[in-house]
Design a protein around this ligand. Sequence first.
Ligand SMILES: Cc1nn(C)cc1-c1nc2c(-c3cnn(Cc4ccccc4)c3)c(Cl)cnc2[nH]1
Length: 280
Amino acid sequence: MASNSVKRNWSIHDFEIGKPLGKGKFGRVYLAREAKSKYIVALKVIFKEQIEKYRLQHQLKREMEIQTSLRHPHILRLYGWFHDAERIFFILEYAHGGELYGELRRLGNLCEKQAATYIASLTHALAYCHEKHVIHRDIKPENLLLDHEGRLKIADFGWSVQSKNKRHTMCGTLDYLAPEMVENKAHDYAVDNWTLGVLCYEFLYGVPPFEADSQADTFRRIMKIDLAFPSTPQVSDEAKVLITQLLVKDSSKRLPLEKILKHPWIIMNADPNGTFSKYV
Ligand SMILES: Cc1nn(C)cc1-c1nc2c(-c3cnn(Cc4ccccc4)c3)c(Cl)cnc2[nH]1
């Protein structure tokens, strides 16, 4: 998309709409093509009535401002947006590889090289976000997409915030939430470090570490740091050490992002091609 894509007055008539790609709580995403350039995009359509009904105008505005401002190889681009009487349209980068969640479900669990490559990519993207005072707060497999080369892309900044200090808003599903968030206490960037630990565990074992039959039990497991490593699949001690250094109740003691990238497990397993992309 042209670099001025954010400034153009787009309309639905500029696009040829293709198959539905996915469905979220407030809208759908369609494969689409810009009619003149034939450029392929994902068009996220949200109904204004839904946004008004759930009073999400400010969150949506924040998502638009944040995602428009971010430029990183592991963050899905928001090229621009437009609206009509009933709907708001987001013109998004199309991730040809689909949802990482689908790949994880299909494989059951990931090998250590693939898991480390995704964790390193996420760490790079989060380091970039934190440099710009953005906390994502809702990193989970459903919000992770893959491009045509299998490179990870963080999508959906619906719960992120621009923050230079502690936050209080509750959000996200329990499995990926840090203790300070499930307790609805003040929280900061370190919530994303916790989530990296949860995702690393889930990539390697196929299930999140504090999964339980009820939200109440998940809550209890998170608060107790009730962390266990099954005997199968076989996972290296280095990976377990990294997970343990991230799933720490005291947020100030979680491994910092820059130390994750220097961790022996990441150095030994992450694919440099998929993780050391320069910022675009
Ligand atoms: C699915 C899928 N299969 N293949 C082969 C490619 C894709 C693909 N999906 C996307 C998607 C995509 C689709 N759904 N979702 C989830 C969603 C839906 C509505 C609101 C919020 C979030 C994201 C995007 Cl944004 C951007 N690029 C995408 N690419």
